[in-house]
Design a protein around this ligand. Structure first.
Ligand SMILES: [Zn+2]
Length: 266
């Protein structure tokens, strides 16, 4: 039986981070993530860059190298209180400013204040958003059913406890693909008393695990899309990968690579 339970390079688990608002504290956070080989996504409000306590447009050109930059609404407005056009403008203006500034293509977002509804999801899709993170912690390690309502595992305040649970689960025989998703704001490590030890300790616990893929939000989204797009023959002997992403699956207990554009006979 072909089972879709492997991430990149056949790893059974992935870890990703998601941080909002581009506060100055992102500089220290990026340094910590880089020290431990972690990858994250930074959701930015282009219209507030350079305000007191925020990174400047000049700084973000290079600060997030090796990580993903995504949208968070140009002015960080409450989306349900806006007209459809103004919801779209929040995201189009983010892209209009940040794409030329950083030379990146922005494909995802997180909801300002965690607020959204079905109409907003549709508008964001029309603005080219492929995923959107909420603020509802699942306290679980599952893949999202709907990437436009991507509920994280936990806020960083709970990440140490969840790390212990994760490490314990991974010591038992694999029970399916596991995604560990931590979110927060870097200023929370600074402004409510010194809490930097939380993220330092978490990264120390979670770094260099051979079974974990350290990835940005969009890398995970793109990989899972490719995994879900695989075509499997009725007898489970052939798997076709119609996408441009290499993927890995389990077949009768073995990990098998299904290269992009190829059919593999098992
Ligand atoms: Zn925010």
């Amino acid at each position: 039986m072909v089972v879709f339970n492997r991430f990149k390079d056949g790893k059974p688990a992935a870890l990703t981070f998601s941080y909002d608002d581009a506060p100055e504290e992102d500089k220290r956070l990026v340094e910590i993530l880089n020290t431990y080989g972690m990858k994250g996504t930074f959701h930015i409000n282009a219209g507030t860059l350079g305000n007191p306590g925020k990174c400047t447009p000049e700084e973000i050109k290079t600060l997030y190298e090796g990580h993903e930059i995504s949208c968070h609404g140009y002015k960080h407005l409450h989306l349900p209180e806006l007209s459809n056009m103004n919801v779209a403008m929040e995201f189009m203006q983010d892209r209009k400013v940040l794409e030329p500034l950083t030379g990146r293509l922005l494909r995802g977002c997180s909801y300002a204040f965690g607020q959204y509804n079905a109409q907003i999801i549709q508008i964001l899709k029309n603005c080219g958003m492929e995923y959107a993170r909420t603020v509802q912690s699942t306290k679980a390690f599952s893949l999202p059913e709907d990437f436009m309502q991507w509920h994280p595992t936990c806020h960083h305040n709970d990440c140490l406890e969840m790390a212990d649970r994760f490490l314990q689960i991974m010591q038992t025989p694999w029970k399916g693909i596991k995604l560990f998703y931590v979110w927060g704001h870097a200023y929370e490590f600074q402004r409510y008393g010194d809490k930097w030890h939380i993220i330092e300790e978490f990264c120390k616990k979670m770094c260099n695990l051979p079974y974990v893929w350290y990835a940005t939000n969009i890398e995970i989204k793109e990989y899972v899309d490719a995994l879900r797009a695989l075509k499997v023959s009725l007898d489970n002997k052939q798997v076709y990968n119609p996408t441009a992403t290499d993927v890995w699956v389990s077949a009768d207990g073995k990990t098998v690579k299904i290269p992009k554009g190829e059919t593999v006979c098992l």
